[in-house]
Design a binder for this molecule. Structure first.
Ligand code: SF4
Length: 425
C-alpha cells in the first residue's frame, strides 16, 4: 500500500496481435494472413480489437500497464489513424505511465517518414524491425517482401523522426547461408548501432512452404556451422559492447526488451487479438473457473478464426450491446467465455515454468526468488538435475551482490532444451 492509503497496482504487459502481412514468408507458421490488397478487414479487425480491449476494463482495478507490444503479423501495416484509435482505447481502459515501454514491430517496405513520425506521435517509443539478413538473395528465398536497402531506408527514417530505441531481428541457420555471409549480416547491423539485436536460428515448421521443399532441407547449413553461427553472434556482439541477456537477445547496456523480459520473469500479461495468449490470475467472477481455482495463475489464448473473432468482438457484440457499454464485470465475463485452452497452473507447472524461463536469461535463476515464490529451496526440488548438469558443464553456480544464482554455461545454452527436460516434473 502507498503512504496515501491507495493500493499500488500490479504490473501487467499488454500484447496486441496484428495478424496481417503483405504476403506470407516461406518459413512462417505465425497466425497471420496476406491482405492481398484488401484492407477492409484490417479496419474491421481494428474496431473489434478496440472493443476487446475496452471489455477488459475490469483488469485496470488491479493492474497498471508496464509494457505494450504490437506484434504480428506486420503491425506496421496499420495506418497512423488505426494505431491512434487503438492507443486511445488503451489509454481510456488502463492506467499507463509515461515510463511504459511501447513497442511496435515493423517490416521494411511498409512505412514512410510520415507514418513513422505518426507512430511516434501515438507514443510508440520502441521499434522492432524484422530484417533477418542483409543478403537480398537470402531475403528473396525467405519470401520476405523487402530488400536490405529498404530496411536501411526504414531504419534511417526511424532515427530521423526520433526513435531512440530500435531493435533489429536477424536469422541464422538459413538455407544456403554460409558462416561468412551470416557474419556480414551481423557486422553490417552492428555498424548501424541499434540499441537491441535479436538473432534466432531458423526452425523448419510443419505446414510452411519450406517444410515441404526438399531443396530447402538439402541447403540447410550443417549442425557445426549452425553452432559456429551461434558462437560468432556472441563474440561479435559482445565485442561491440552488446550484453547478452537471453539466449537469442543482445542489447546496449540497459536497453533490454522490457516486454519480453517480463515474460521471462513471470509478470502477468494480457494478449488481445487473434490467437493471442495471456497469463493472468484467476478471479472468482470468471464463470468457467471452479471456486478452488480462483486465485491461481491461468494461461489461455484467444481463438484463431478471424470470422469468429469479428463476430465476438465486432461492433454489436454481446446481446446486441456494444461491449464497451456493458458493466465492467459482465464485459470481463463475456471475454472469458471466448478464452480457449484454459490451463489452471499447479505449483509444479509454475515451478517448471519459472526454471524454464529463468534459465533462458543469461543471469539465470536467483535462488532466493525461487524460494520466496514457492516457499521451498530450489535445491530441495532439483538437487539431482542440478548436480547432473553442473557435472556435465551445462549449468554453473555463482554469486552476485550476496545472492546465489544458477545459470546455463555457454555450452548449456547450445543444448538448452535438453537441459530444461531434466527440470520438468
Ligand atoms: S512478415 Fe513475419 S509474420 Fe508476416 S509472414 Fe513474414 S515472418 Fe510471418
Amino acid at each position: 500500500m502507498k503512504q496515501n492509503g491507495t493500493h499500488e497496482k500490479e504490473a501487467l504487459g499488454l500484447y496486441l496481435h496484428i495478424p496481417f502481412c503483405l504476403s506470407k514468408c516461406n518459413y512462417c507458421d505465425f497466425c497471420s494472413f496476406a491482405v492481398k490488397g484488401d484492407f477492409s478487414t484490417v479496419q474491421q479487425y481494428v474496431d473489434a480489437l478496440c472493443n476487446e480491449i475496452a471489455a477488459y476494463r475490469y483488469l485496470s482495478r488491479k493492474y497498471e500497464l508496464c509494457t505494450i507490444y504490437f506484434g504480428g503479423g506486420t503491425p506496421s501495416l496499420l495506418s497512423v489513424e488505426q494505431l491512434s484509435q487503438v492507443m486511445d482505447v488503451i489509454y481510456k481502459t488502463f492506467s499507463v505511465s509515461r515510463y511504459t515501454e511501447i513497442t511496435l514491430e515493423c517490416n521494411p517496405g511498409t512505412t514512410n517518414e510520415d507514418k513513422l513520425a505518426g507512430y511516434k506521435g501515438c507514443l510508440v517509443n520502441r521499434l522492432s524491425i524484422g530484417l533477418q539478413s542483409v543478403s537480398n538473395e537470402r531475403l528473396k528465398r525467405l519470401g520476405r517482401i523487402h530488400t536490405y536497402e529498404q530496411f536501411l531506408e526504414q531504419y534511417e527514417t526511424a532515427r530521423k523522426v526520433g526513435f531512440q530505441n530500435i531493435s533489429v531481428d536477424l536469422m541464422s541457420a538459413l538455407p544456403g547461408q554460409s558462416l561468412k555471409e551470416y557474419e556480414t549480416s551481423l557486422k553490417t547491423v552492428i555498424a548501424l548501432a541499434p540499441e537491441h539485436i535479436s538473432s534466432y536460428g531458423l526452425i523448419m515448421e510443419e505446414g510452411t512452404p519450406f517444410y515441404t521443399d526438399k531443396t530447402i532441407w538439402e541447403s540447410l547449413p550443417e549442425e557445426k556451422i549452425c553452432v559456429a553461427m551461434y558462437e560468432r553472434t556472441g563474440e561479435l556482439l559482445t565485442g561491440a559492447g552488446y550484453e547478452q541477456y537471453e539466449i537469442s537477445n543482445y542489447c546496449k547496456p540497459g536497453m533490454y526488451s522490457r516486454h519480453n523480459s517480463s515474460y521471462w520473469i513471470g509478470t502477468p500479461y494480457l494478449g488481445v487479438g487473434l490467437n493471442a495468449s495471456s497469463y493472468l490470475q484467476g478471479e472468482e467472477i470468471i464463470p468457467v473457473l471452479k471456486v478452488e481455482e480462483a486465485g491461481r495463475m491461468l494461461r489461455f489464448r484467444n481463438g484463431d478464426s478471424m470470422k469468429e473473432y469479428l463476430l465476438c468482438y465486432g461492433n454489436r457484440a454481446g446481446k446486441g450491446e456494444a461491449l464497451s457499454a456493458i458493466d465492467e464485470v459482465a464485459a470481463y465475463q463475456y471475454c472469458s467465455r471466448q478464452w480457449r485452452e484454459i490451463e489452471v497452473l499447479s505449483d509444479n507447472d509454475r515451478m517448471e515454468e519459472f526454471v524454464f524461463l529463468g534459465l533462458r536469461r543469461l543471469e539465470g535463476i536467483r535462488l532466493a526468488d525461487f524460494e520466496q515464490r514457492f516457499q521451498i529451496p530450489f535445491r530441495t526440488i532439483y538437487q539431482k538435475s542440478l548436480r547432473k548438469h553442473i557435472n556435465l558443464g551445462n549449468l554453473m553456480r555463482y554469486e552476485k551482490e550476496g545472492f546465489k544464482y544458477v545459470a546455463l554455461t555457454p555450452q548449456g545454452m547450445l543444448i538448452s532444451n535438453q537441459v530444461f527436460v531434466d527440470f520438468m516434473f
